[in-house]
Design a protein around this ligand. Structure first.
Ligand SMILES: Cc1cc2nc3c(=O)[nH]c(=O)nc-3n(C[C@H](O)[C@H](O)[C@H](O)COP(=O)(O)O)c2cc1C
Length: 206
């Protein structure tokens, strides 16, 4: 197999949030979204198996309702934490109703109530697919933001999306083709500083 490693590493390293530099007037083709979701469903899944469901919202009224809810949750959160609204977040709430599509990564199931390995299995069987989806979008110059704010308002989202009882949504990716966005690597600690060998804290001198 002929793999271009540097291109793959570049995609994996630069899937940043894109909230501003998006083409709000260019639809993202449904076939392209299917292609990306077909990549996403190759992610690992636990015992429940393939319980992911994706709800793509590209209807104007639905987008308006979700954008209104998102704005409300974000403003409440910032007020509760006494934090100023960052310009990029402000830009997203200003234009969210115009985003070409919102993709809700949903589960046909509910997490176990008790904090246990079961929760790890539950979320571990859905979030890798959401991340693969974001990477597949990034590879096609489609910008997205990993958002989980709406998880705080499951019931209202479920009503807007007509989700049946026993299902839930995890993250919502607002997506659009990027327009003049330069996506760079984030400033992260290098592997040498966050990796131990054999025992916690054991780092080679080199
Ligand atoms: C668990 C999680 C939840 C997030 N929820 C939101 C959100 O609701 N809205 C939002 O605009 N960004 C959200 N983000 C994106 C972060 O605010 C940030 O933009 C993103 O992690 C990119 O920063 P980085 O490039 O340093 O990773 C979330 C990120 C993570 C990991």
């Amino acid at each position: 197999m002929d793999i271009n490693l540097s291109q793959i590493d570049e995609i994996l390293s630069t899937a940043r949030s894109v909230r501003r530099k998006l083409d709000f007037d260019r639809p993202v083709e449904r076939q392209v979204l299917f292609d990306c979701i077909n990549v996403a469903v190759q992610a690992p899944t636990g015992l429940g198996g393939e319980s992911w469901r994706f709800i793509v919202v590209d209807d104007t009224a639905q987008k308006g309702a979700i954008a209104g809810l998102y704005r409300e949750v974000l403003l409440e959160l910032m007020a509760a934490r006494n934090l100023p609204l960052k310009p990029s977040h402000k830009a997203l709430i200003t234009h969210l109703h115009r985003i070409p599509a919102m993709i809700f990564v949903c589960v046909d199931g509910q997490p176990p109530a008790e904090a246990s390995g079961g929760q790890l299995g539950f979320y571990g069987s859905i979030l890798p697919a959401a991340w693969s989806l974001m990477l597949a979008l990034r590879a096609r110059n489609i910008g997205a933001t990993w958002t989980s704010l709406l998880a705080a308002r499951q019931a209202e989202v479920a009503r807007i999306l007509a989700m049946p009882a026993g299902t839930m949504q995890t993250v919502m990716l607002p997506v659009g083709y990027t327009k003049g966005a330069t996506l760079r690597r984030a400033d992260r600690l290098p592997a040498e500083q966050v990796t131990f060998f054999n025992r916690w804290g054991n780092q080679p001198d080199t």
